[in-house]
Design a protein around this ligand. Structure first.
Ligand code: SF4
Ligand code: SF4
Ligand code: SF4
Length: 564
């Protein structure tokens, strides 16, 4: 039996149990260590120095980069440490703009939060914030403001380590140091894929989601315009976080009630678009299996992934499914119907995703020059609108989405989590479809938050290899295997680690809460009486009345090389 080992933290012995660093061990004791640059999923940078601890000899070390050693005695909150942290905060504030009240991150900013926690009442140093720092708003997905950057490097490590994109990095040295794209180009001309994962880790308002709320209010207020809105699956289990409901609780009914109260004329669930995707993508997969062409089939729901493929691996574009994303399938049908009726419409999509803003603006999804989705707002933007409208979210009675597109299946709902598209397709293509068979499919290997999951299934005489991947660094590893000739038949790719539940437009969450979101979607799926896409009765009507013969026009797309 190995002997237990302890570190004494603030006089309390704490057992070491595989923690990588002191910071993780301290957090176990109920002390929340201040830090700007530590994220458990990123490499340790140790730059902000806020998590310093003091040992019994008066030595200082950064808790994030110090491994726990048996017998260590450390203090986390001494007079010297408090002074040290206040100094760091004052220096950061001195180099920071003072736009808190109008900043998109007001009340969500870590700098603001720690300045309050450490009781900073004034800044003794002159303000040296980059006065002429230009905001880079060239991307349709995110905006950058160097005047609010504290150079913690979180965005750089996220973009490079987790997403393998490398759109941004440190440039220059000393007091001239900034976060920049290569050669200082606008973000829109960089390799950025718009995933918004840098926004999710930025502790200040230096990188934020592009705000598109105003045109939505304007359309709602216009009596001549009929407004419709669709809500993506992942939104329902994350939006509540900022409105007093815990992560993972399905608040779809309350979201619908809120949108009705705001004045939307028609409210739909993108899960119906996902049901259509299941049917179309399954048929495409079967066709490719029988022809043997363009295998593996790679999913096409995620616009961050599509841009990554376009920019880094255009030779693999023929492998990407020609199916439009659920958002675009839904939108093309809604816009088509509005055109039939001669209505002037404005269609909004509420998405967990920053990259969807780019997808909505793509030429491929315009009809006569007008986009099918007029505006994409993220979950966070919808939270802002709910607050702005003064709606007491807690008090809203849940309401159902509108007909004629109001029926969904559980297969569509699980599109919001990594592995969900694969599971939905499997539910559709398996020969036996009893309740027990559906439960068996859940155990194939596609569930869970690992970045790469792979498994085989038997189809007739052949064995098929399926791979589910989330996070673009993980996608890159699988793409290299495909390029090296490995036999893989189906690949699901989601750019955001864990899938859309952790999209760049969702309220920020820690790991455990992110897991609750996935569990929440699986629970919503279990509670639905329709679990397979083809059981959704609306699909038959849609195919009979609108789609048949126009599948390519309404539901498919061919991506080419395209810059943001
Ligand atoms: S949006 Fe994604 S790709 Fe673009 S800079 Fe941020 S992390 Fe990198
Ligand atoms: S933009 Fe945000 S995440 Fe990136 S270095 Fe600046 S403060 Fe840190
Ligand atoms: S995983 Fe989802 S949220 Fe993230 S970029 Fe792709 S579609 Fe958007």
């Amino acid at each position: 039996m190995t002997e237990k080992q302890y570190v004494t933290i603030d006089g309390i012995p704490v057992e070491i149990n595989g923690e990588k660093n002191l910071l993780e061990l301290i957090n176990k004791t109920g002390v929340k260590m201040p830090t700007f640059c530590y994220h458990s999923e990123l490499s340790v940078y140790g730059a902000c120095r806020m998590c310093m601890v003091e040992d019994e000899r008066g030595g200082l070390s950064a808790a994030c980069s110090t491994p726990p050693r048996a017998g260590m005695k450390i203090q986390t909150n001494t007079e010297r440490l408090r002074r040290y942290r206040k100094n760091i905060l004052e220096l950061l504030l001195a180099n920071h703009c003072r736009d808190c009240t109008t900043c998109q991150n007001n009340t969500k900013c870590k700098l603001q939060d720690l300045a309050m926690r450490f009781n900073i009442e004034g800044v003794r140093f002159p303000n040296t914030a980059k006065s002429n720092a230009e905001e880079d708003s060239s991307s349709v997905c995110i905006s950058r403001d160097a005047g609010k950057c504290i150079l913690c490097g979180d965005c750089v490590r996220m973009c490079n380590e987790i997403q393998n994109v490398g759109a941004i990095d440190f440039a220059y040295r000393g007091s001239n140091m900034v976060i920049s794209t290569a050669f200082g180009k606008p973000l829109a001309e960089s390799p950025c894929v718009g995933c918004g994962q840098c926004v999710a880790v930025c502790p200040t308002g230096a990188i934020v989601v592009k705000n598109n709320i105003s045109p939505v209010w304007k359309a709602i207020s216009d009596p001549d315009v009929r407004t419709s809105v669709q809500i993506a699956p992942a939104v329902r289990v994350a939006l509540g976080r900022e409105l007093g409901v815990k992560d993972g609780e399905d608040v779809m009914g309350k979201i619908v009630a809120a949108l009705h109260r705001m004045g939307f004329d028609e409210i739909y669930d993108t899960s119906l678009g996902a049901d259509l995707t299941v049917l179309e993508e399954s048929a495409e997969f079967m066709e490719r299996l029988s022809s043997g062409e363009n295998l593996p089939l790679i999913t096409s729901c995620c616009p961050g992934w599509i841009q990554y493929c376009e920019k880094k691996h255009p030779e693999l574009l023929p492998n990407i499914s020609t199916c439009r994303s659920p958002m675009q399938m839904m939108a093309s049908i809604l816009k088509d119907q509005a055109k039939e009726k001669g209505e002037k419409t404005f269609h909004v999509a509420v998405m967990p995703c920053t990259a969807k803003k780019f997808e909505a603006a793509r030429d491929e999804f315009k009809v006569d020059g007008a986009p099918n989705v007029d505006v994409v707002i993220t979950t966070q933007e919808l939270v802002t609108m709910i607050k702005e409208a003064g709606l007491m979210f807690d008090a809203l009675e849940p309401e159902a989405v509108d007909m004629p597109f109001g029926t969904i299946s559980g297969a569509g709902v699980i599109f919001g989590v990594t592995g969900g598209v694969t599971e939905a397709v499997l539910r559709h293509v398996i020969a036996n479809k009893s309740r027990a068979d559906i439960m068996m499919v859940a155990n194939c290997g596609q569930r869970g938050d690992e970045g790469i999951k792979e498994f085989d299934i038997t189809a007739g005489e052949s064995k098929l290899r399926l791979v589910v991947v989330s996070g673009l660094s993980n996608a890159e590893k699988v793409l290299q295997r495909i390029k090296n000739g490995e036999k893989i038949d189906f690949v699901e790719v989601m750019a955001c680690p864990g899938g859309c539940v952790n999209g760049g437009g969702q309220p920020f969450a820690v790991r455990q809460d992110k897991e609750e979101r996935s569990k929440g979607l699986y629970k919503s799926d279990r509670l639905l009486s329709i679990r397979r896409a083809e059981q959704n009765p609306i699909l038959k009507t849609l195919y009979d009345d609108i789609i048949r013969g126009r599948e390519h026009e309404l539901l498919h797309v061919h991506y080419g090389k395209h810059n943001q």
